[in-house]
Ligand binder design. Sequence first.
Ligand SMILES: [Cu+2]
Length: 659
Amino acid sequence: MSHPQPVSIGRTSVPHPLDPLTAVEIASARAVLASAGLLGDTVRVPMLLPDEPTKDELAAWKPGAPIDRRVDVTLLDTATGVATEVIVSITRGEVLRTERVPNDAPPYGQPQYLFEEYERAEAIAKASPEWRAAMKRRGLEEHIDLAFCGPLAPGYTGRADEVGRRVIRSLTFLKYDEDDSPWAHPVEGLIVHIDLTANSVIRVEDIGDVPVPAGHGNYRPEVQGEARTTLKPIEITQPQGPSFSATGSLVEWENWSMRVDFNAREGLVLHDVTFDGRSVLSRASVPEMVVPYGDTAPGRFWISYFDAGEYLLGKNANHLELGCDCLGVIRYLDGYVADDHGNPVRIPNVICMHEEDYGILWKHTELSGRSDVRRSRRFVVSYFSTIGNYDYGFYWHFYLDGSIEVTAKATGIVFAAAGEPGVPQKHATELAPGVFAPVHQHLFCARLDVAVDGEDNRLVEVDAQRIPMGPDNPFGNAFTWSETTLATESAAQRDADTSVARTWAVQSASRTNRVGRPTAYHLVPEPTALLMADPASSVAARATFATKHLWATRHEAGQIWPAGRYPNAHQGGAGLPAYSAGDRSLDGEDIVLWHTFGLTHFPRPEDWPIMPVDHAGFWFKPYGFLDQNPAMDVPESSQAHGTRDAAGGGCGAACTCGH
Ligand SMILES: [Cu+2]
């Protein structure tokens, strides 16, 4: 069978202010920077993002009108460490603003890593006499050439010899041949601290002498053995094509409409999400995540990766493969990011859009035997990003019943250290003999600029509520619910509570449904541990967003980053704590929700040598937004290809039977 060819969407003849940046625009921005003299030989581009139009600009814009397309660039002079933020108007061909980043003074904060710095860090580590001596002392001299020196963001330790400098830490892993997976062979206790501006080693720590685990961690079929032959093919066919359409960045599927966008930092961004022509979300993304490690070892206590803010999720996004990453009739969106020199790089097929059958949508069988059933379907927009050893997928699912489900997927290679085989550790689990994986968390922050029937919204916490047995509850069975308006930014810093089925309602402040209640969507969290680090820890200051399941702020242009613009080597306090410091009113305002969700990972042997996808997420569900089930007009399935399994059972062709 053959699938229709994938179609890339992108800019068409109907440009919109929220369209993603194109290669031509990135190249034009670079030309403006160059002609303004801002791109000297040693200047690099750690981050180049669209400078999105303000809501006022969007409201004033009419289709066909000129658009002032701008980019927001961070420049780094790698020779001096001086960083500069620049706003460029591509349309006008001019630099609108430049501002020095005060990264040499508290609270510090370094621009995102350049790809070239990973190679530079490895070269610096390997050239270091102390590192070579440590390898020799450990009897690992013969492995020096093939060794992998993994470059890691340093966290913030307050050490005088690194504060305010552009630091990267290097941990060493062995490779026994070119194709070997280095993550299985950690050289325990060998840490090289590198100053990327001075191109020098600050310190080499060489602690302990744990043997390097020898067992391989290779997951390739050449090593793992023949693939099984028992799985019969599953083919997804949509002979009439998909039910969605894409015109430029505008994507429409059933009652849903949205603008699909992509940038180097957040990856996938959705704008102007509407259901039945009514606004639900103004802008939605997962703009930050943190992976804090819970180990006291010198090589790990500082590990707390901010994969968006330090490494850039979008710049590291995957080129997806038809039939492997995505099944069925797929439409892809190419993405464009800037490389270290500010030149455009195309990431083909970076965003995947497709439909999935999703089991039963609704169903009932009457006493008479009459049965009605409708099949559920969802529209999926997704991308994947690889940051070092881990791979993250971000999936936005839109359902026929008006619900949105956001899922983050974690897979890839678990980060491991070496220990004495069979000797239990307090902060790490043994995955394979001598391979110990530290406990850690993957905590994501979704940013939902909500617009439930417009921007004037109200945030209400809804809890199931017990009633003591007594006059109000004579039989003890009764319960009710409570609604608490979270009217300010401080009041809106909340924890989830599964014991009372807590949800957070975003209500329209002006529109009601047919039973007289405010139209609303509920954020339905799934159980997630919050940041396990102590409140007094460095990581708690830097990832304060992850200490609460919910934050809400009044919308303000530019407030996009939960841990601030430069979480790398930052002391803390940036992002959400700073955004909400003014304790603004949220009552009837343009509200932004920030939701922490994720995984607390006690790695298991089954996560080795490669981790099966684990996932975490949340729902955003209509609650009185609609006057009834919006999927009553979904037709019965006319699945012509369904076949009864030879062993009996299953549902036959042209299923209308419901059994
Ligand atoms: Cu993990």
